[in-house]
Design a protein around this ligand. Structure first.
Ligand code: CP
Ligand code: NVA
Length: 303
């Protein structure tokens, strides 16, 4: 594993190794056991979009690992004045030991990785949100003990979160059912990957998808950059809310996952979010531990 651009690139074994290391780092952090694996290392955090969790968890994670994170808003980089990503990549790799990027377009992260001599981590693109889904898998494992054979259900938009959830869960031997409105299906490459798995279902019916699920996940109806479609999307997705009535079709001990930020009354009801706040905020916390594991894996291997 040289970069983390999307979960499709990782083997089941690599994902398991990250999750195991994340559990260990979480244990050590909770018990005051220092783990300065990245002493003297630096990570650049390039953001083309807003963030609360990703920025703070990467900055804190690097500090806890003994390294340094540098926040680089794309608004302040020369890329806004036209410097190409392939040059930014080659320059940043002369200073940094790793680069995290939150980009509008997956292609941007791919170009950065192609030209960078140091590992590149995808902190969200239109296609994928691998760090989030590693945290989600870690959380599900904490609640359920193991992943294999569990049924995960994702309700909503076939965007970054649905894409990565489908790939991550299938790679870990879970059953996956995804429900989205017509025209909002997951990315073609994700469907191509998923169709070889007998335990994958794509439907337009949230009720069908949620049946007997162990995990129900959702995400905003209007992702960053889609604000112009707000009114249309609210209408199109109105039948895709995770609420108590829908959740009653899942297993009685279902857990709920939401990458956050949440829009109560849209993709999730206030009641469901608050009833499942324990899992959802554990999931947010686990961004820190899962990403620290990714950083240790990527930044300590020989170039
Ligand atoms: N879930 C997530 O990536 O949150 P931020 O947008 O706040 O980083
Ligand atoms: N799908 C959302 C995820 C935010 C973490 C977005 O892209 O805005």
């Amino acid at each position: 594993m040289k970069h983390l651009l999307k979960l499709m690139d990782l083997t089941t074994e690599e994902i398991t190794e990250v999750l195991n290391l994340a559990d260990q780092l979480k244990y050590e952090q909770k018990h005051g056991i220092e783990h300065p694996h990245l002493k003297g290392k630096t990570l650049g955090l390039v953001f083309e979009k807003e963030s609360t969790r990703t920025r703070v968890s990467f900055e804190v994670g690097m500090y806890q690992l003994g390294g340094l994170a540098i926040f680089l808003s794309s608004k302040d980089l020369q890329s806004v004045r036209g410097e190409p990503a392939k040059d930014t990549a080659r320059v940043l790799s002369r200073y940094l030991d790793g680069i995290m990027i939150r980009a509008c377009d997956q292609k941007e992260a791919e170009i950065l990785a192609e030209y960078s001599d140091v590992p590149v981590i995808n902190g969200l693109t239109d296609l994928a949100h691998p760090c989030q889904v590693l945290a989600d898998l870690m959380t599900v494992r904490e609640y359920k003990g193991s992943l294999e054979g569990l049924k995960a259900c994702f309700i909503g938009d076939g965007h970054n979160m649905m894409n990565s959830t489908i790939v991550g869960c299938l790679k870990m031997g879970m059953k996956v059912a995804a429900a989205c409105p017509a025209g909002y299906e997951p990315a073609p490459q994700v469907l191509e990957f998923a169709k070889s798995h007998a335990n994958f279902l794509l439907t337009h019916s949230p009720e069908e998808a949620v049946k007997d699920a162990d995990v129900v996940a959702t995400d905003v109806w209007v992702s960053m950059g889609q604000e112009a479609e707000l009114d249309a999307r609210k209408e199109i997705f109105s039948a895709y809310q995770v609420n108590q009535s829908l959740l009653s079709l899942a297993k009685p001990d279902v857990i709920v996952q939401h990458c956050l930020p949440a829009h109560r009354g849209e993709e999730i009801s206030e009641q469901v979010l608050e009833a499942h706040a324990a899992e959802i905020f554990d999931e947010a916390e686990n961004r820190l531990h899962a990403q620290k594991a990714v950083l240790v894996k990527l930044l300590t291997q020989n170039k």
